[in-house]
Each structure stands twice: as C-alpha cells, then as structure tokens.
Design a protein around this ligand. Structure first.
Ligand code: ZN
Length: 307
C-alpha cells in the first residue's frame, strides 16, 4: 500500500517519517525531500549559529587530522576539473567550509573565491589568507559576483529548501561552457534499503531539518539537466554503510565511526601512493554501477544557451 502525501506543489510517496517531517519521493521535483520544507529564515538561524558550533564541534579538528587524505581527495577532484576544462581558471566554492578545497585550488594555480554561511568557518578561512565572504548564496550574493569557470557545491544541495534555485544562481555566475561540480550524500542506496528493510536498522541518514533533500546519481544528474547543464563526469566515495554489514555499527558510536573512516582512508592512500589510483577509480566505478557510494560527485557543463 503506497502512502502518498502532498504539500504545496510537492507530491509523492512517503518513504520515511521522522519527527514531524515526511520524506517523499517527489514527482514534482524529481528527487526525494522532506515535507514540510522549512523556511529560509528558519534555516538561516540553524546555519549561522548551530552547524559548526553545535552539530559539528570537531569538524575542524577532524579535517586537520584528515589533512593528507583530504588533500588527496581534493587534488583528484581538481585534477578532473582541470582535465575537462583544459586549464585552471576562476573557481568559486559555494559553502566553502573551512576553506581546505579553496586553499588547494589556489596552490594549483586557480583564482579562488569562497561563499560560506557559517561565520566561524568563514573567519577561519580568511585567517588562512583566502578570499571568503560570510553569506548565504542567494540572489543578492550571486548578483554581486563576476563570472567563474568553475562553481563547486560540496555538501550544500542536501541542506537547501530549493536546490533548483541554487543551481539557477550557479548558472548565473558561470560563463557559458563553464563547469559545475556538485557533491551530495548518496541516499536510499541498495545497502541502506537492505539494512532498514531486512535488518531492522533505523533510517539513520534521514536527518531533518539539516538534511532536506536526498539525492542519488540519477536524480542529481536529472536536476542538473533540467537547469541548463550537461553532466559529463561522475564518481563516488567509499560506501561507508558496508561497515554496518560487516558488523561495525558506527551509527551510535562516533569513535567507531572514526575507526571505519580511518580504514577507508588507509585503503585509498595505500592504493594512491603505490601508483594504483586508476585501479581505485575502477573499483569505485563498480560501486557506482550498483548504486553504492557514500557520496556522489557530478560534474556538468553549462549549456551555451539556456534551454
Ligand atoms: Zn518537491
């Protein structure tokens, strides 16, 4: 029996209900999201004061601890962009966090700019010599910006009330032929379904109001295609929920989560440092083929004329 719900123009089958929110597979939007959708004002407050301070108190410490691995992941992403674009150029990171990606892009010869809503993260980035503005990425912010060759959106789309509006603004600040790189958590994966439907594990990834939207490769590519972009590359990160199937229940144990994360880092660094990055990419490509991967990255090119 399918349980369908409507909220404003959004309608679809209810997949999960957590607190006072339902996740629907929205027919209108073409991706899964919660209803009701919180207002911009409610979200602004959450991110300005809460996110890095309350919900992610160790984020900076963890990033410093993960430095070598993060650099390896970021370098691979920047190298992919440089390969498609044929050069470096002007790079903007929307939701630039502590500025790690921007710092590395700058080192590789990109001209960089960051937009970050968290005041603490923006302050930290500026203290590292980066050009980062503390702001939400809205119409006013986009209007104040010049044109870029690459727009990067990492871990943003799951948090915003209207992903389509954000992509429209990204389109506005991109030159024709420029690239957009979007990474999101990959949700409602086959393993998540097995764990929740056959093994009584709670749907841990459903996290309103911080996570409003739940994408996979297909729904993200679909949304990009409907927003004036042509997808040209995708890859995924290690499917962390494999650890849950291997008996490592990190969901309620952050230290076990760090341990699993350390194992994934070791796998990737070992293969990369020993000259086997191509094999690593092939392996993760196989994960992607069966819908696996903790996060999915899609790179898409701005169409020369908006359809
Ligand atoms: Zn919708």
């Amino acid at each position: 029996m399918s349980n369908r719900k409507n909220w404003k123009e959004h309608k679809g089958t209810v997949l999960h209900s957590v607190d006072s929110f339902d996740v629907i597979d929205c027919n209108t939007c073409g991706f899964k999201h919660i209803i009701p959708i919180p207002s911009e004002d409610e979200l602004r407050e959450i991110y300005k004061h809460d996110y890095h301070v309350k919900d992610k108190p160790l984020m900076l410490e963890h990033q410093l601890e993960d430095k070598e691995w993060l650099e390896s992941v970021n370098d691979a992403r920047l190298a992919t962009l440089e390969k498609i674009l044929g050069s470096t150029g002007k790079f903007i990171d929307i939701g630039s966090g502590n500025g790690f990606l921007l710092g590395q892009a700058q080192k590789r010869g990109w001209t960089v700019k960051g937009i970050e809503p968290s005041d603490k993260a923006a302050e930290y980035s500026c203290s590292q010599g980066l050009d980062v503005t503390c702001s939400v990425f809205d119409k006013e912010c986009a209007d104040s910006l010049e044109l870029f060759d690459v727009v990067h959106l990492g871990d943003v789309m799951e948090h915003v009330p209207s992903p389509k509006d954000i992509l429209d603004l990204c389109n506005q600040v991109l030159r024709p032929g420029g690239l957009i790189a979007v990474s999101v958590p990959n949700e409602y994966t086959p393993i998540q379904k097995i764990l929740t439907e056959d093994m009584d594990v709670r749907p841990w990834w459903v996290a309103p109001p911080h996570h409003l939207n739940y994408f996979d490769k297909e729904s993200l590519e679909g949304l990009l295609s409907r927003t004036g972009f042509t997808p040209c590359h995708s890859d995924v990160s290690f499917p962390m929920e494999l650890f849950l199937l291997m008996g490592k229940n990190y969901l309620d144990d952050p230290s076990l989560g760090r341990e699993c994360h350390a194992m994934r880092k070791e796998l990737e660094l070992k293969l990369t440092k020993s000259g086997n990055k191509d094999f690593l990419d092939k392996l993760y490509g196989c994960f992607a083929e069966v819908g696996m991967g903790r996060t999915v990255l899609v790179i898409a090119q701005k169409n020369s004329e908006k359809e």
